[in-house]
Design a protein around this ligand. Structure first.
Ligand code: ADP
Length: 444
């Protein structure tokens, strides 16, 4: 095999030419003898080439190569050994693939591989039970055609997979699945789908419990508040010493009522994905009315509240929900900004998204609190919150309302200097309106 074919070939050619010349010497036809000799050699070489071609195209997997002489025999053997080595490597690879497939098939979670365009490439058995994928018909289909939930389509197309998505299974409404997408390689996607029905049921029980308790507490609280009001109205007839106690009871009763209302509103917001109302809301007018309420709340603290809004941008959704979210942000700014401070409300668009921001020159929030700010009952400083009479649910409500309007909340703050809460809304939620009065500039 390791022979020096270069010198052997030269030697063979020399022998051939010498034999041809000898034949020419004998016959006297040098030229013809040389031509016939080289022609025969060429013919033999072509024949070997054809045998090689035939063997490469027609041979069975383990069929030995044809016998060959000289260099051709060596070429046949080398190709044969290369093929055997290739088969062994392929066998080993196949064994690895089989093991990976066996282990992923045994997984209870679905594993789905998608190409860079989101078309299905491969999935395990759990993907068939959780999402109803069919082998092999669904191969190459866009995943958004098979998982048709609108939230999934948005989640997939937004390409922001930092948080998992939870939706009902496309084949069974009672099954709840959580999806997590990771990008790998050449922008391909790996999708993991988990059955979270049990966790969802527990979560649902918790929500129902809170909603039911809040609802049940409402009636007794209304009765107590009613009697307190009557007693306070006639406190002089009852006993004037009770006046202060009754006033405090009424104040705390009021706080409890606000808390119950907020809890019920949250439960309502969590019950569905999107608001039933989907009319274009005139955000400019809505903010003007919230600004008036904020001015009343500010009262003697005399904060300077300004509004700048683009009236040509309307937001599709529920006006009452948006009012709750926006007023929570604006009233927080009033509550957490000292007297004579500045509060600036803005509503504007940049051609792609629309933004509603509330900027204040208040006490600000330390950066470590920002990630947890929208959690229920999360308070930066509990003594500060009880002084302002907040329920600790305002930002949780705002976050939920924004989510239902394809938006999200961004918060930036510098302690001691102020905070900016910005609601960002996606283009599909906006309606551009040609208005006569145009945009509303900063109004004190
Ligand atoms: P609360 O009803 O207590 O105001 P929220 O959910 O509205 O509850 O707000 C959560 C916490 O975030 C508040 O307790 C407060 O400490 C902080 N916070 C909210 N808005 C502001 C703001 N504009 N400036 C400073 N702190 C704020």
């Amino acid at each position: 095999m390791n022979q020096n074919w270069h010198s052997i070939l030269i030697r063979h050619m020399l022998i051939l030419v010498t034999l041809c010349l000898l034949a020419g010497l004998v016959s006297g036809y040098y030229g013809w003898c040389l031509a016939v000799g080289l022609g025969l050699y060429l013919g033999w070489t072509l024949k070997q080439l054809l045998r090689l071609h035939h063997w490469l195209n027609k041979h069975q997997p383990d069929e030995a190569p044809p016998d060959g002489y000289g260099l051709w025999g060596d070429v046949f053997d080398s190709i044969y050994h290369l093929q055997r080595r290739d088969q062994r490597v392929r066998g080993r690879l196949q064994a690895v693939i089989d093991r990976v497939q066996e282990s992923t098939a045994a997984l209870r979670d679905a594993v789905i591989m998608l190409d860079s365009d989101g078309n299905l490439e491969w999935w395990n058995r759990a993907a068939e039970t959780l999402l109803g994928l069919k082998t092999p018909q669904d191969s190459g289909q866009p995943v958004t055609n098979l998982v048709r939930h609108p939230r999934f389509k948005e989640y997939f197309e937004a390409e922001n997979y930092a948080e998992p998505l939870e939706i009902p299974s496309p084949i069974n409404d009672r099954l709840r699945v959580q999806m997590l997408i990771t990008r790998y390689g050449n922008n391909e996607h790996l999708m993991l789908v988990r059955d979270v029905t049990r966790i969802h049921q527990l979560e649902q029980m918790r929500k129902d419990f809170i909603a039911n308790v809040s609802h049940e507490l409402r009636t007794p609280l209304t009765v107590i508040s009613g009697y307190l009001e009557t007693l306070l109205d006639n406190v002089d007839e009852v006993n004037p010493r009770w006046a202060r106690a009754l006033q405090q009871m009424q104040q705390q009763g009021g706080r409890m009522q606000t808390l119950l209302n907020d809890l019920l509103l949250l439960a309502k917001l969590e019950a569905t994905d999107y608001p039933s109302d989907n009319q274009p809301v005139a955000v400019c007018a809505l903010l003007q009315s919230i600004k008036s309420d904020a001015q009343a709340l500010s009262g003697s603290r005399n904060q300077r509240i300004t509004l700048e809004a683009d009236d040509s941008i309307r937001l599709k959704g529920s006006e009452s929900e948006l009012r709750s979210a926006f007023s929570n942000l604006v009233f927080n700014a009033v509550k957490y900004t000292p007297a004579e401070g500045n509060i600036h409300i803005r509503w504007w668009g940049d051609g792609k998204m629309a933004y509603m921001s509330v900027q204040d020159s208040g006490i600000g929030i330390d950066a470590k609190h920002l990630p947890r700010l929208t959690e229920r009952f999360y308070r930066v400083d509990s003594s500060r919150a009880s002084a302002t009479g907040g329920t600790g649910l305002g930002l949780a409500i705002a976050k939920h309302v924004l989510l239902r309007h394809r938006g999200h909340l961004e918060v930036s703050s510098v302690p001691g200097q102020g905070s900016t809460f910005t609601c960002v809304f996606a283009a599909q939620q906006l309606v551009m309106q040609a208005t006569g009065n145009g945009s509303l500039r900063a109004t004190p």
